[in-house]
Design a protein around this ligand. Structure first.
Ligand code: 4AD
Ligand code: MG
Length: 464
């Protein structure tokens, strides 16, 4: 007897095999002819495998006739060709072992058609729904392709710390990490909390980005990437923001902004072409049930070049668009999602890479252009989701970097090691950050980022 997954048992090659299958019942249907059909799912595919359980099985009356959605079972039996349409195989059971029942009156997934909001309240059970199973399989494929792409392109996989003393984005949106007793913290003479007495002897936070550390590694190893959790304490209750999300950050020495854009475009194309290649069944589900353009959008992205233009050109287009934007457009403003969506969905109808943003609206580490007004930033924007990638060429000139830090009110004392990278063998280098959840959101067409991560953390929400 061979232990097979449901996905394997559905393959015609499995016909004739004596197998063990294990999973959760989706439905039971009793036939007048003295047998029952059980739809079994184990998470390995969207589709279930149909089990035929004859009334002659010893536990048929006592147990099998009581199986409902959510019950867990092991099935021993034989895979046979199925006469039914929509499935190549079915499994005739020789033995059905019941592991756990699921009270039909209370099991929340007894019926189909729940709202996404309701499913969020049962995040521990929603992976058993068709939608979340499909989302998590696509997410898994994307993670795998990320590693494959970088490994094939000579990038070393490195790890940045999760607890850090520096604010990479300089935006102050960080969660403090402390082991001080908050009911009686040590205080200095001015009465302020004395974090020099804290666990690390200084203030520490959960990282907002592994970039600064990745720069140190790139400035020794050449091409590296991180892939880890990042945290933002911003009070953004949007469909595109999480307080805890996963970011992939490649960083490469001797890369210009153009190299960086080429990398970002090749990278995204690879991720989405792998999704199309390996997640066909799940993508068809997203197309039918979630977003009609799910597949065609990805195909378009894989096939055609991204449109590259400067921030200044984008502002011109927006000004000439005669659209009634909620946030008015002017050179120097940060683009809002309505602006990004206009560019990607209406004007160009394809992914857009914007570069050379005004220095005031971008982080201190981005390389200043010769015009003195703009920095070598780049954002990759896509339809529906907006910004998928944010990156830049880094400022490698010590004096310019120090000036930019002063301009943004950053204390150089906290960034000594980062400045050292410019003191000792500085090199031009570039990198970017891809938000994993936005990527999954975009690939699947899911409307809310809370529905593409197993246990979302958002303001007011850290259940489970
Ligand atoms: O544009 P961001 O803030 O860039 C950085 O953090 C750079 N240090 C990256 C680098 O150059 N190495 O974030 C990068 C990406 C965004 O484009 C977005 O996809 C995602 O991270 N992101 C979020 N995803 C979900 N929720 C949030 N609150 C996010 N903030 C950023
Ligand atoms: Mg950004």
């Amino acid at each position: 007897m061979e232990k097979l997954s449901v996905a394997q048992a559905r393959q015609v090659e499995s016909v004739g095999k004596d197998v063990l299958l294990q999973g959760w019942v989706r439905t039971r249907r009793d036939s007048k002819g003295g047998f029952s059909f059980l739809e079994l799912n184990d998470g390995t595919s969207l589709a279930n495998v149909q089990i035929i359980a004859e009334a002659t099985l010893p536990n048929y009356q006592a147990e099998i006739l009581h199986l409902t959605a959510g019950c867990s079972i092991s099935v021993e039996g034989t895979v046979q060709a199925s006469p039914a349409k929509g499935q190549a195989t079915e499994v005739r059971a020789r033995r059905v072992l019941v592991h756990g029942l699921a009270d039909a009156a209370r099991y929340p997934l007894q019926k189909k058609g729940h709202t996404m909001e309701f499913l969020r309240e049962i995040a521990h059970l929603r992976p058993r729904s068709n939608t979340f199973g499909a989302v998590l399989r696509v997410r898994h494929q994307i993670c795998r392709s990320i590693h494959e792409f970088f490994w094939e392109n000579g990038f070393l996989y490195v790890q940045a710390p999760i607890i850090t003393g520096s604010d990479c984005e300089g935006a102050g949106q960080m969660f403090r990490v402390t082991s001080l007793d908050y009911s009686k913290p040590p205080r200095n003479e001015a009465g302020e909390i004395d974090f020099s007495k804290d666990f690390f002897g200084k203030s520490t936070y959960l990282t907002v980005s592994g970039q600064l550390e990745a720069e140190a590694l790139a400035c020794s190893l050449g091409k590296v990437y991180t892939f880890g959790p990042t945290f933002r304490a911003e009070n953004s209750n949007t469909s595109r923001h999480l307080a805890e999300f996963w970011m992939i950050e490649p960083e490469a020495a001797f890369y210009t902004l153009e190299d960086n854009m080429d990398l970002a475009e090749a990278f995204l194309k690879r991720l989405f072409s792998d999704v199309l290649k390996h997640c066909g069944e799940d993508m068809q589900f997203f197309k039918d049930r979630i977003e009609p353009t799910a597949i065609s959008t990805l195909e378009g992205i894989v096939q055609s070049p991204f449109r590259r233009l400067s921030y200044t050109e984008a502002i011109e287009i927006l000004l000439q668009s005669k659209q009634a934007f909620e946030f008015p457009v002017a050179w120097g403003v940060d683009l809002q999602s309505e602006h990004e969506r206009y560019l990607t969905e209406k004007h160009f109808q394809c992914p857009v890479i914007l570069y050379d943003y005004p220095r005031q609206i971008k982080a201190f580490y981005m390389r200043l252009n010769d015009d003195g007004k703009t920095v070598r930033a780049m954002d990759v924007l896509v339809p529906r989701v907006g910004e998928l990638i944010g990156g830049s060429q880094r400022e490698e000139r010590l004096d310019v970097l120090e000036q930019r830090m002063a301009e943004q009110g950053l204390d150089p004392a906290g960034y000594g090691w980062y400045l050292d990278l410019r003191r000792y063998g500085t090199v031009p280098h570039s990198g970017f950050g891809l938000g994993l959840e936005r990527t999954v959101q975009f690939a699947t067409g899911m409307g809310n980022i809370r529905d593409v991560i197993p246990f979302p953390r958002t303001p007011g929400n850290a259940e489970f």
